[in-house]
Write a protein that binds this ligand. Structure first.
Ligand SMILES: Cc1cc2nc3c(=O)[nH]c(=O)nc-3n(C[C@H](O)[C@H](O)[C@H](O)COP(=O)(O)OP(=O)(O)OC[C@H]3O[C@@H](n4cnc5c(N)ncnc54)[C@H](O)[C@@H]3O)c2cc1C
Length: 386
């Protein structure tokens, strides 16, 4: 059954799959060792039209549905979850913010080169004081003549070590609501006072460089403000649902990669004179994985179509992220279990898939925060408002 995609989207899916297997998979061991993808790979993604699928042609994209981004992400994560995370920060976090709030001049200067694979973007929200409370940054931007002076520190920023442009949220004032007083700034590598730390040595997602951003009195002009001064927290909150739904594409893609490996090995390995595929305890794991993937994938594309129609999906986006990331963690563990000892060998991609499987229960909002949101939105939906 494949009624989730249009013919055109299915053809994109086939092209990305081929590209990932032929051009990207051979590069994965080096990307994992280097801790980052080669710059040339961004260009290759752009040449094939895989970076800007859902951006307008005017902005340098191909004008496709939001689902096209999910397709690229699923197929990328199926082969290399770290690379998918790099592209998520580059295109979904940085690129989409420029698409939604950028002026024509900002799009020309920052978005086009990112969609052409010439420059790399990042988005910096999280601070050392805690990522879950994203609306309380200590980073400040003080008005200074016609511009701003940015001061603070961000951490856990995907692409920080390699990014040319970093979108930074800072406090520029106070207001009556928690959503007042935040502003987005576009910071360029090379600006005095802007530095980044060494890449973190992480459990997984090793092809994706993560690190700190230091902002030491960075002087910014008005043209570095993205969107309206004081409205940054609102635009952050407005973008979260779509980002969480698109994380669902990453989790589904990674889980599919785990299922690919689990099924392959179950059909190769013979123990006690039987193929392990025939043992019911192995079949149970395969069935659980296949069920979780199908349920998550159906919800993913249903939500993407709803977002394209302009519907609000806050509760459902949190449900998808929570369910599918937990499903992925379990699937990556079940895959290693099916492989037995061989699953733990670095020579097999199972070890990498297992390490990478944990990330999405934490990044882009932890599962605890997702559950808080789901409960809050459920009370609201059922008429119990505070
Ligand atoms: C590989 C990686 C890449 C990342 N990339 C980026 C990026 O590009 N840009 C960016 O801005 N950030 C990024 N992050 C940061 C990520 O968004 C945060 O790690 C995440 O939001 C959690 O924040 P924290 O790590 O500070 O945990 P904390 O907020 O300190 O939370 C610690 C624990 O407390 C729990 N907790 C917190 N508050 C509550 C509550 N109210 N109720 C119940 N439990 C609670 C959390 O769920 C968690 O289990 C990345 C993180 C990782 C690991």
């Amino acid at each position: 059954m494949n009624d989730l995609l249009t013919d055109e989207e299915r053809s994109l899916q086939d092209s990305v799959r081929r590209f990932m297997l032929q051009e990207v998979e051979p590069l994965v061991p080096k990307m994992e060792a280097d801790g980052e993808p080669p710059r040339s790979l961004f260009k290759r993604f752009a040449e094939f039209g895989f970076l800007g699928t859902f951006f307008s042609e005017e902005d340098g994209g191909s004008g496709g549905s939001l689902a096209t981004r999910a397709i690229v992400s699923e197929e990328t994560a199926r082969v290399c979850a770290g690379l998918d995370l790099v592209l998520f920060a580059d295109v979904v976090l940085f690129g989409r913010a420029l698409m939604r709030c950028g002026t024509p001049a900002q799009k020309e200067k920052y978005l086009r080169p990112v969609l052409a694979g010439e420059k790399i973007g990042a988005m910096a929200i999280t601070e050392p004081g805690g990522g879950s409370d994203a609306l309380s940054p200590s980073t400040t931007a003080k008005a200074d003549g016609s511009g701003f002076v940015l001061k603070g520190q961000k951490t856990w920023i995907t692409n920080a070590p390699i990014a040319d442009f970093v979108l930074v949220i800072a406090r520029t004032g106070e207001g009556r609501s928690r959503l007042d007083g935040g502003t987005w700034f576009i910071v360029e590598r090379g600006m005095p006072g802007f530095t980044t730390g060494k890449p973190f040595d992480k459990l997984g997602m090793r092809s994706s460089p993560t690190g700190e951003v230091f902002l030491d009195d960075v002087q910014l002009r008005k043209e570095h403000v993205l969107g309206e001064v004081g409205q940054g927290f609102r635009s952050l909150v407005d973008s979260l649902d779509t980002e969480r739904v698109l994380v669902g594409a990453s989790t589904v893609g990674q889980a599919q990669g785990c299922l690919d490996e689990a099924v392959r090995y179950a059909n190769e390995r013979e123990v006690f004179g039987e193929m392990i595929r025939d043992y019911q305890l192995i079949q149970e794991k395969i069935a659980n994985m296949a069920t979780g993937i199908e349920m998550s994938r159906s919800m993913l594309y249903r939500l993407l179509r709803a977002i394209d129609r302009g519907e609000r999906v806050t509760r459902e986006a949190a449900i998808l992220k929570f369910f599918s990331s937990q499903m992925l963690t379990q699937s990556s563990s079940d895959m290693v279990q099916i492989w037995g000892g061989a699953g733990q060998l670095e020579a097999n991609k199972t070890a990498r898939f297992y390490r990478d499987g944990k990330h999405h229960e934490i990044g882009a909002g932890t599962n605890e925060i997702m559950k808080v949101l789901i409960a809050r939105e459920t009370y609201k939906e059922m008429g119990y408002r505070r």
